[in-house]
Design a protein around this ligand. Structure first.
Ligand code: SF4
Length: 415
């Protein structure tokens, strides 16, 4: 008979104590980290946002794990992450406070985007046959996976398996995010799980995100930590806590069917709180966008996650004149009417290039994804002439460039 795996669920208010209890219930850190081990801790810090925004893993949770790993005898504890969408991960570490808290607890930081990478074959990979990963991932004896409990509009949830996305090289990551649906993405992530095996997954469900996650949803105070040695089982329990059925989540189902972990709740022993005691039914990540501005009509279809975020932010980027009518178009398969009643038709993203000659008054913003900064560059062509060559390079300091754009606009409006 197969031995049941254990997942702990702790509810409370003291973050460090909750982490300690969660780990102790599944056998303690010494059952995971041996004397002299190199430990890599992988939080989720996708954007440079402060802890109160609830976007990244709680810094106290990460620091608690650093302390526990060191106390168990780890020779090195490294906290590593990469930046999303062309941003500097150094800013992520600083603004999320994970850098400061981790270093104070005795960890080193690893900026995956700057690290040496190695290639790994994935012999039984379905969509991914080989992968380039930061060298530290291979060097580590123990990987501790510390995701945040959030919805994700592509993969439904972002939990333990989804947290592996950051191990991919930036260009590979963008390529995979673009044009894929949740199931294809799940196959890629499960392929990664075949070569990157965390020995511990601790989900920070203290301040979680429901609705249109992973960045634009609503915060929901759950006050829970979910931990276990089998990432598939941890994801199964966490998604049930969020009001999903475990096997509804593509990554959980695909990983369980390939025998990479346990997704069936009847084979999981939940320790601490019962799922029903802490469950909240998260609002699902359904995208249904209608502009607040009466003079903007938005058309979208076949939009991948690279462009969905651009839809609300394009409105602020184009600089709306209340006396004009605008149409915004996104995606590769848009049902557009033969005539559009608009003074400016903004075609945003490479997918919309075929519509350029269909209407007059079109403004095309190239890019895949077309970052907000690219929209500014189109709006201020003389400015982008000066800096334009930089907009497609990586990494890009978006915040700095945006500040410069604002200054440039202010200067222009005075002329
Ligand atoms: S242009 Fe936008 S919708 Fe099209 S593939 Fe690129 S990111 Fe996705």
């Amino acid at each position: 008979m197969r031995r049941k795996c254990e997942v702990s669920v702790i509810k409370g208010k003291k973050n460090e104590q909750m982490v300690q209890q969660a780990i102790s219930m599944i056998g303690g850190m010494k059952s995971i980290v041996k004397k002299g081990d190199i430990v890599l801790i992988k939080p989720n810090i996708c954007l440079p946002l402060p802890p109160e925004k609830g976007d990244a893993t709680d810094p106290i949770v990460v620091a608690s794990l650093v302390r526990l790993a060191k106390a168990a005898g780890a020779s090195r504890v490294v906290v590593g992450e990469s930046g999303g969408w062309g941003l500097y991960v150094r800013d992520h570490f600083e603004i999320s406070k994970i850098g400061e808290y981790s270093e104070k607890a005795g960890a080193e930081l690893s900026y995956f985007d700057e690290e040496e990478r190695i290639e790994l074959e994935i012999p039984n990979g379905i969509l991914l046959k080989k992968v380039s990963i930061p060298k530290i991932v291979k060097e580590a004896d123990v990987i501790i996976n510390v995701p945040k409990m959030k919805n994700n509009f592509v993969s439904m949830v972002t939990l333990g398996i989804k947290n592996f996305m950051a191990f991919l090289a930036p260009d590979d990551r963008y390529g995979i995010h673009r044009g894929v649906n949740g199931v294809e993405l799940a196959y890629v992530l499960v392929d990664l799980l075949k070569v990157i095996k965390p020995k511990l997954t601790v989900i920070d469900g203290i301040l979680a995100m429901e609705g249109f996650g992973p960045h634009s949803g609503d915060l929901i105070r759950m006050g829970v930590i979910v931990a276990g040695k089998d990432v598939v089982a941890v994801d199964a329990v966490a998604s049930e806590i969020m009001g999903y059925q475990a096997m509804e989540i593509p990554t959980t189902q695909i990983a369980a069917k390939q025998f990479l972990g346990v997704g069936d709740l009847s084979e999981i022993v939940v320790k601490g709180k019962k799922i029903e005691e802490v469950r909240k039914h998260f609002t699902r990540p359904i995208f249904n966008y209608i502009s607040d501005h009466p003079n903007i009509t938005t058309y979208f279809g076949g939009v991948c996650c690279g462009c969905i975020y651009r839809i609300p932010e394009t409105e602020t980027a184009i600089g709306i004149d209340p006396n004009k009518k605008y149409a915004l178009v996104f995606g590769r398969k848009v049902n557009l009417p033969p005539k559009i009643d608009a003074d400016e038709i903004w075609l945003v993203g490479d997918c919309t290039a075929p519509y350029r000659n269909k209407y007059k008054n079109t403004v095309f913003v190239s890019g895949c994804p077309p970052l907000k900064w690219y929209i500014h560059a189109v709006r201020l062509p003389h400015w982008s002439k000066k800096f334009g060559r930089e907009i497609h390079t990586y990494p890009v300091d978006i915040e700095k460039q945006t500040r410069e754009i604002i200054k440039a606009r202010q200067r222009l409006s005075k002329k």
